[in-house]
Design a protein around this ligand. Structure first.
Ligand SMILES: *[C@@H]1O[C@H](CO)[C@@H](O)[C@H](O)[C@H]1NC(C)=O
Ligand SMILES: *[C@@H]1O[C@H](CO)[C@@H](O)[C@H](O)[C@H]1NC(C)=O
Ligand SMILES: *[C@@H]1O[C@H](CO)[C@@H](O)[C@H](O)[C@H]1NC(C)=O
Ligand SMILES: *[C@@H]1O[C@H](CO)[C@@H](O)[C@H](O)[C@H]1NC(C)=O
Ligand SMILES: *[C@@H]1O[C@H](CO)[C@@H](O)[C@H](O)[C@H]1NC(C)=O
Ligand SMILES: *[C@@H]1O[C@H](CO)[C@@H](O)[C@H](O)[C@H]1NC(C)=O
Length: 441
């Protein structure tokens, strides 16, 4: 998907131009945000006594960690000018709140929108760039932690022109050792210090989603051309990375291009989504099945459709399913801003079916792509500006701001996260723990 760049209205650029000159009405109008910027430098802020709103008082009552900053909703409730959709839209641009610029947003990437985010980030969150591959989108999807070796697996972008992947060549799977990333977590830019190792599993063609499955890893492989069908493939996470096909058809018909896969912690069934992307990216035939989410019962082999949707995850105890709808982005057809960039929540019934679809969140930038919960049930999704975080009621509480798209990310147990941003690979430390189902590993 296209990568957003900062949204700049004419008013914004005027502001940026005058910022260093310490002047301009616009700057004075946003003195509150400027104060917040100073406060975010890691000082205890109880003493602050300037003009403030009750929400603001609430937000500043705790110490703001060095790599975090408060983003005050009230600072942009009323903007001097509000641009039309031809200028301000969620496609190739993202919003920069007044009093900030791209650099300041990236400098302290943990953005606090609500005080619940303090518990998510803990007292000293860190974000480290651990690898950069130039133009090759090596860090795209399927972040899966394998605890026995403490490694994180992920896959290259399938169907990306820059990588030549898709029809001519499958994408590849790689992994890193978390210990190598942890060793450089006190550095902001540690590119080159973590070894990105290729995983040789040629039977997995154009993989996208993946998850822990019975001590191994199951991949959603999109397939290649007419004959290499899309399938669920289980891989041994240790050499020789041998594979076994779990499912490759629906009553003899090919899946279109399987995209994501998650195991429900309660009934242990494998839920997976089928998408149009292989077709939209020219490496799979026109769809022969409806794009939707299915469930697979490993005991009986039964397959059934459960809902519409694209990416999926479960709440820690499996009672809710979260599903993203990226309809706003229509591949080669471009963007249609009245279509969904939304996350829906379902109740997972005792019998494994889903009920009570509810709109959970509508993202401001790009689309909600990869999605995971922490152990407290907060919901995280990779969006056009980084990873966004909502509490279980769907309130945006914060962002891990990259200034670029993250298609996916994942926790590596307690307080550690790996964030995939195409050519950039990040390692984060924070207060929260992963809530995804790991199973018996
Ligand atoms: C969205 O905004 C960008 C940047 O201003 C602009 O180039 C693009 O044409 C807009 N898209 C639409 C569909 O209006
Ligand atoms: C696939 O390979 C052919 C022949 O080398 C080339 O013409 C074509 O552009 C390639 N397609 C993609 C999507 O890379
Ligand atoms: C990170 O460091 C590398 C190596 O010094 C440098 O080439 C690269 O530009 C840096 N990246 C950023 C985002 O600062
Ligand atoms: C890989 O091979 C080992 C040893 O034969 C076997 O126990 C395991 O189930 C295999 N895994 C897969 C995914 O094929
Ligand atoms: C799962 O967790 C939710 C939210 O904490 C709770 O409301 C629900 O009762 C739990 N369900 C089960 C089956 O434990
Ligand atoms: C955008 O999507 C809406 C809702 O699906 C639809 O009514 C409209 O025709 C679409 N616009 C374009 C330009 O395709």
């Amino acid at each position: 998907m296209p990568e957003p760049v900062p949204r700049t209205t004419s008013q914004d650029s005027k502001h940026r131009n005058t910022e260093t000159a310490d002047g301009g009405n616009f700057h004075r109008m946003t003195s509150l945000s400027a104060a917040l910027g100073i406060l975010a430098a890691g000082v205890l802020v109880q003493a602050y006594s300037g003009s403030s709103t009750p929400d603001y008082e609430r937000l500043i009552k705790r110490e703001v960690p060095g790599q975090a900053q408060i983003i005050d909703w009230k600072s942009f409730n009323v903007l001097p000018t509000v641009s039309p959709p031809s200028v301000a839209n969620a496609s190739t641009v993202f919003f920069i709140p007044p009093g900030h610029d791209l650099e300041s947003l990236k400098e302290r990437p943990f953005h606090i929108y609500d005080d619940e985010f303090y518990d998510v980030i803990g007292s000293n969150p860190t974000l480290t760039l651990i690898a950069n591959t130039g133009t090759n989108p090596m860090f795209h999807e399927a972040a899966v932690w394998y605890p026995p070796t403490d490694e994180m697996f992920f896959v290259q972008n399938a169907g990306a022109a820059a990588a030549g992947t898709g029809l001519n060549k499958s994408n590849i799977i790689s992994k890193i050792a978390l210990s190598e990333a942890a060793a450089v977590s006190n550095i902001r830019n540690a590119t080159g210090s973590v070894n990105v190792q290729t995983v040789d599993a040629p039977a997995i063609l154009n993989s996208n989603g993946a998850t822990n499955y019975r001590g191994e890893i199951v991949f959603a492989a999109e397939g290649q051309g007419d004959d290499a069908t899309s399938q669920l493939v289980v891989m041994n996470p240790r050499e020789p990375y041998n594979t076994t096909i779990l499912l490759n058809n629906y009553f003899g018909r090919q899946f279109n291009s399987l995209n994501d896969v998650a195991v429900n912690p309660r009934n242990k069934e494998v839920y997976f989504s089928d998408s149009l992307y292989g077709y939209l990216q020219d490496f799979r035939p026109a769809p022969g099945l409806r794009t939707q989410i299915y469930r697979y019962n490993p005991e009986t082999g039964a397959v059934a459709a459960v809902a519409d949707g694209f990416r999926l995850t479960f709440s820690p105890n499996g009672s809710h399913a979260y599903v993203t709808d990226t309809g706003v982005f229509q591949g080669v057809l471009g963007w249609n801003f009245s279509r969904p960039a939304s996350i829906y929540r379902f109740d997972v019934q005792e019998d494994g079916t889903w009920d009570n679809r509810k709109l959970f969140a509508y993202v401001d930038t790009g689309v909600p792509d990869g999605i995971h919960c922490d152990s407290n049930g907060n919901v995280y999704s990779g969006c056009g500006d980084g990873v966004q975080v909502w509490n279980p009621s769907g309130k945006l509480i914060g962002k891990i701001f990259l200034g670029k798209t993250s298609a996916n990310f994942n926790f590596a147990g307690d307080g550690r996260m790996v964030i995939l941003a195409e050519e950039d690979l990040y390692y984060a430390t924070l207060g929260a723990s992963g809530g995804g189902y790991i199973g018996d590993v």
